[in-house]
Design a protein around this ligand. Structure first.
Ligand code: GDP
Length: 327
C-alpha cells in the first residue's frame, strides 16, 4: 500500500524539501495550501526542486479546524507533518496575536483534527531552537530548559508542549523536532542567510551597492534544510514518538556568515555591510548551539552539509537567479 503524507506549509522551504524526500520514497504527498481568491498556489520552491506537479493540493488553513477535519477525512494520511507557521521571528513583534493564532493555536487545531479523524496517523511538529532563547546551558539538548525571547518563540513553545501533551494524554504518535536554524537556496529573503547570500550576488553583479544589517554578533547553529527534513521523516519511523534536537553542533556569528558569503564572490564584506537599526530586535537571541547526540544515537541522523558548503550553494543559486532576472 502506498503511504500517504499530509504536509502543512508545503510551499515553504522545508515543505519543498520534505515533499521531494517523501516522493523519492514512494509516498503519495498531499499539501495544505492557503489559497486566496486571486492567486494560484505559490509553488516556486516546489518548482525549483521539480516536484510541483507531483503533489496533491488541498485548500485549508491552520486557523480553521473544520477545514482541517475535512482534509484529513478526505486524505486519510499515514503521516502528518505540521510545518506551517508564521515563521519569521522579527515579524512576530509586529503581529504577535496573528503569530499565536497560527503558530500556537494552529497546532491545537491540527492536533485536534488528527485526534478526531486519523488518530492512528503519525504526527510531526516543527518546533524551534528559538524556544531556548536566553540560553540556560551552553549547548542545548532536549533536557535544556526553555526561555523564549519573542512572540514567535512563545507560540512555538505552546505548540511543542501541546504535542508532548497529546502524546501523553491521548496516546498519539506525536513527535516534536526541535530544529536549529536550517537554510538553503529556498530560504525566504527575510532570513539573514538568504538576505546576505542574495546581497553578495547582487553586489557582485553590480545590481546593489551595500547591505544594511542588524546585529552582526548573534551566533546561530546553521544547517542545510535538505538534511533536516530527513530527521523529520526518521522521527515518524520510530516505534515510539519522542522529541529530538536537530542541529550541527557548530555555532557561527552573523559577521562570519557575511565574510564567507562575500568571499564566495571574491569580495570583502566590510566594504559593503553597514549597520541599520531597523534590523535590530527588541529582544535578541544571542547564541544558539545544539546538541543532537540523541538524534544521532536513536535516529542515526547527522548533519551532512557543512556551513561553508551551505553558503556556497546559496550564493551560487542567487547568482543564477539574479543573472536570469537581469537578462
Ligand atoms: P532566527 O534565528 O529565526 O531569528 O533567524 P534569522 O535568520 O531571521 O536571524 C538570525 C540572526 O541574525 C538573529 O540574531 C538576527 O538578529 C540576526 N540578524 C542580523 N542582521 C539581520 C538582518 O538584517 N535580518 C535578519 N533576519 N536577521 C539579522
Amino acid at each position: 500500500m502506498t503511504r500517504k503524507a499530509l504536509i502543512t506549509g508545503v510551499t515553504g522551504q522545508d515543505g519543498a524539501y520534505l515533499s521531494q524526500l517523501l516522493l523519492s520514497k514512494g509516498y503519495e504527498v498531499h499539501g495544505l495550501v492557503r489559497r486566496s481568491s486571486h492567486s494560484e498556489v505559490n509553488d516556486h520552491r516546489l518548482q525549483w526542486l521539480g516536484v510541483h506537479n507531483d503533489i496533491q493540493y488541498h485548500d485549508g488553513n491552520l486557523i480553521d479546524l473544520s477545514g482541517l477535519i475535512r482534509v484529513l477525512r478526505e486524505v486519510k494520511p499515514d503521516e502528518v507533518y505540521n510545518l506551517a507557521a508564521q515563521s519569521f521571528v522579527k515579524a512576530s513583534w509586529q503581529q504577535p496575536l496573528l503569530t499565536s493564532d497560527v503558530t500556537a493555536k494552529g497546532v491545537g487545531n491540527i492536533l485536534e483534527a488528527v485526534r478526531l479523524e486519523t488518530p492512528e496517523a503519525r504526527f510531526y511538529q516543527a518546533s524551534s531552537s528559538e524556544m531556548y532563547g536566553l540560553i540556560q546551558e551552553p549547548m542545548q539538548s532536549e533536557a535544556t530548559p526553555f526561555y523564549p525571547r519573542s512572540p514567535y518563540a512563545v507560540a512555538k513553545l505552546y505548540g511543542h508542549w501541546l504535542t508532548v501533551n497529546y502524546r501523553e494524554s491521548f496516546g498519539l504518535h506525536a513527535s516534536s523536532g526541535i530544529l536549529f536554524n536550517h537554510e538553503s537556496p529556498l530560504r525566504g529573503l527575510e532570513f539573514v542567510t538568504r538576505k546576505v547570500t542574495d546581497a553578495a550576488a547582487r553586489i557582485k553583479l553590480g545590481q546593489a551597492k551595500e547591505l544594511p544589517m542588524g546585529n552582526l554578533d548573534a551566533t546561530r547553529d546553521w544547517g542545510h534544510a535538505r538534511d533536516y527534513v530527513a530527521a523529520m521523516w526518521a522521527m515518524l519511523q520510530q516505534d515510539e514518538a519522542d522529541d529530538y534536537v536537530v542541529a550541527t553542533g557548530r555555532t557561527i556569528a552573523v559577521r562570519e556568515l557575511c565574510r564567507v558569503a562575500f568571499a564566495a564572490v571574491d569580495l570583502n564584506y566590510e566594504d559593503y555591510v553597514r549597520l541599520d537599526e531597523r534590523f535590530m530586535r527588541p529582544a535578541e537571541v544571542d547564541v544558539l548551539l545544539g546538541d543532537s547526540s540523541k538524534a544521532e544515537r536513536k535516529l542515526g541522523w547527522k548533519a551532512e552539509t557543512t556551513f561553508e558548503q551551505l553558503i556556497s550553494e546559496m550564493v551560487e543559486a542567487d547568482l543564477v537567479r539574479r543573472r536570469r532576472a537581469a537578462a
